[in-house]
Design a protein around this ligand. Structure first.
Ligand SMILES: Nc1ncnc2c1ncn2[C@@H]1O[C@H](COP(=O)(O)OP(=O)(O)OP(=O)(O)O)[C@@H](O)[C@H]1O
Ligand SMILES: [Mg+2]
Length: 261
């Protein structure tokens, strides 16, 4: 299993949109895929039309009263499952602090799922906290949607430096451009220059597009209702572009299928 966290400590940058759309494409491409909506706001659960509630809440999971696979729900799409959000996730930091190994609890929790799924996408809440550290420890890839503005780049630089330690050596940090509006000079400049921490970012970027906003109304991945749109194509192209990197992780089991464009 390859664990991909859609993470940024900034809010409203497209983490949930990327988790939902890329997970959908992974499943469409034949991979058994799980999304864990780790954000108490429950946006990914909303997009998949699943109630943001898990029996027993966070403490039930941490106290092993309930195994993780008991709270998995099927979505409307083949090979795509979801662990819903729960409002008690807002207390996850506090509960983690009480654990014996607070930094790696999440990794331990997901371990039994390794043989069941090719991909686990974590839709992360916007913060940098003990929960985030657990996410870094549990993930193979940190996919970081980044709006091309000066302050976003600063935040990204901080994140890259934070992850550049022995503890997170295993973690591949992949920033990508999100909500790009080419009518804005600054967006154009930053995307075209791809300087510094973004020099190895995927060439494809996600444009600012009303089709993505419509996910809130459609409650579905963008590909299902606007396949021919620029935004849907951008997610497909990005997913294709990420595949060699994912394959190189050598996690076994998963082989990319030729995707439809
Ligand atoms: N490429 C895009 N074009 C236009 N709107 C977008 C795009 N991506 C996301 N949005 C919209 O912007 C808002 C924030 O997106 P999203 O929920 O994916 O961000 P997030 O980083 O998960 O936010 P949060 O930090 O609150 O979890 C949503 O209303 C979403 O519909
Ligand atoms: Mg979100």
């Amino acid at each position: 299993m390859i664990t991909i966290a859609c993470y940024n400590l900034k809010g409203g940058v497209g983490k949930t949109a990327s988790a939902v759309n890329l997970a959908y494409l992974a499943a469409q491409g034949g991979a058994s895929t799980l999304v864990w909506d780790l954000d108490p706001q429950g946006a990914a659960s909303f997009y998949f039309r699943i109630k943001p509630r898990i029996k027993g809440g966070t403490s039930g999971l941490f106290q092993r009263k309930r195994e993780l696979d008991a709270v998995i729900k099927a979505t409307d799409y083949p090979r795509l499952d979801l662990i819903p959000a729960d409002f008690s996730y807002r207390n996850m930091d506090l509960l983690l602090e009480q654990q014996r190994k607070p930094g790696t609890r999440l990794r331990k929790l997901i371990k039994p799922l390794r043989s069941e799924y090719h991909f686990l996408f974590l839709d992360c809440p916007p913060s940098i906290s003990l929960v985030s550290e657990n996410i870094f420890a549990a993930s193979d890839v940190l996919l970081v949607p980044t709006i091309p503005t000066t302050l976003s780049l600063r935040t990204l630089q901080q994140l890259v430096e934070f992850c550049d330690t022995e503890q997170y050596r295993h973690l591949k940090v992949i920033p990508f451009f999100s909500m790009v509006d080419r009518r804005k000079n600054l967006h154009r400049e930053i995307v075209d220059q791809r300087d510094g921490v973004l020099k190895n970012a995927p060439l494809n970027y996600i444009p600012y597009a009303s089709e993505v906003e419509q996910m809130g109304v459609r409650r579905a991945p963008v590909d299902t209702y606007a396949h021919a749109s620029w935004a849907a194509r951008a997610y497909r192209e990005m997913w294709l572009e990420l595949q060699p990197t994912l394959l190189a992780l050598n996690r076994g089991g998963w082989q990319p299928q030729p995707a439809r464009r």
